[in-house]
Write a protein that binds this ligand. Sequence first.
Ligand SMILES: [Zn+2]
Length: 229
Amino acid sequence: MRASLALLLLLFAIAPARSGALTGFTICLDPGHTSETSAGTASRDGSLTERHVNWVVARDLKPLLEAEGARVVMTKISEDEVVTNRRRAEIANAAHADLFLRLHCDAASRSGLATFYPDRQGRAHGHVGPSSAVIAASRRAARLFHPAVIAALDGALTDRGIKGDSATGVGGRQGALTGSIFSRVPALTVEMVVLTESHDYRFIRAPAGQRKMARALLVGVEAYARAKG
Ligand SMILES: [Zn+2]
């Protein structure tokens, strides 16, 4: 009895510190733009660019993910770096990411947050993809991630729902977004806000809104990681 108690105490002493919710989870964080196709959208008055919002939210989100034990691989090292959409997917693939999370802002008439996933194969640069396994894994990821993000935003933004890549302009032409076509890991594109809409613009312009977005995205990633196991 005394020996087993000593063993128990020894195990406590050598056990690592309590691991975070995302220990062992690798995420490729992709702040959208500038790519080969677009520098991104902007607010109506031009004072706030999508590229900047994508970058600052990613900058806020990265340490939150790392604090929970995740390995975070970025597709860019500076805000003004130009990275092609194909290259972004290749970075996620090389990292063997559990999730390729792409941060964007929309230009539309309706406000709110939407999550896109590849819902069919497409073709870009002579390459057909993603695989049916990646399509299924991305759909599952979207269904876990999106409602958790919306709940964590606590009414700050409208829920625009989960949509297929094929509903986007580029996806409509190619079948899927270029980054999805080249992805061999589950890929989600979050249109965090509609930057051309005044409510969404005011929300994401404020550092508090940017931080709230980063925290909500963390909750979404955790919901996915928890279910994925
Ligand atoms: Zn974008």
